[in-house]
Design a protein around this ligand. Sequence first.
Ligand code: PLP
Length: 287
Amino acid sequence: MPRQAYVNGRYQPHKEAAVHIEDRGYQFADGVYEVVPVHDGILVDEDLHLDRLDRSLSELRIGAPMSRASLKLISRELMRRNGLSNGFLYMQVTRGVAPRDHKFPKGAKPALVMTTRQMKPHSEKVLAEGLKVITLPDQRWDRCDIKSVSLLPNVLGKQAADDAGAYEAWQVDKKGMVTEGTSTNAWIVTGDGKVVTREATNAILNGITRISLLELIRKEGYDLEERAFSVEEAKGAREAFLTSSTSFVLPITQIDGQPVGNGHPGILTGKLRQHYIDYVKSLRKTA
Ligand code: PLP
């Protein structure tokens, strides 16, 4: 059966699925989204993702498109139809369809789209060699804590990284401190073994992978600091890595062309990746 998408109440062939030209997501980027990783058929941290979706919606005063139970049912039905075992579920909610006008439309119904994508495991090469990142000024707005579909600076940043032969761009605030990647959270390990990641404020998206990894780090008893770090500190760090729903934990071995630590993926990074993978696998037993 061809891949399907869920669009406002209907399952449709993915290839033909479309929203109205006056959907406010299309015209104003007036909407939010979630990417929920799927591992061996299990939606990883589903409730944390749905909590963040609720929060993003309420910060923008967009209504919930339906109950959480219904969202979960549709997620599973779409996964079933698409035979999704490993990859991710994408869900997007916009303020709905209305004649173009900046103000919130009266009576518009939130629009919901869901898609799935199968993904291969991360390549051995990436795990063995690590990733390159570049740094660039953070040009985004002041509410990066909202998972909005308004991603133009992130798109431009990711393209700049790709143009430079890198995987990701670490965005840097006006004080020279790293905020986060364009689609990932940023982490370093200091020379004395402390894991450091920026505290969750409106300057970053509080990644669900970040939240779960922080819990694992605390549980395992590693030294941890939630604070901002500068580009200089990152370049002088022992290790660096990134996290996201589709990356899990991936090592970084170069920042702006300079090797991080000894230029190889960090040992602690490898351990944290393994802890995270073990955590994801453990969800299977409780699902
Ligand atoms: N930061 C940004 C800007 C993102 O877009 C994302 C994911 O899309 C993340 C961080 C990582 O968040 P998560 O771990 O929930 O995927």
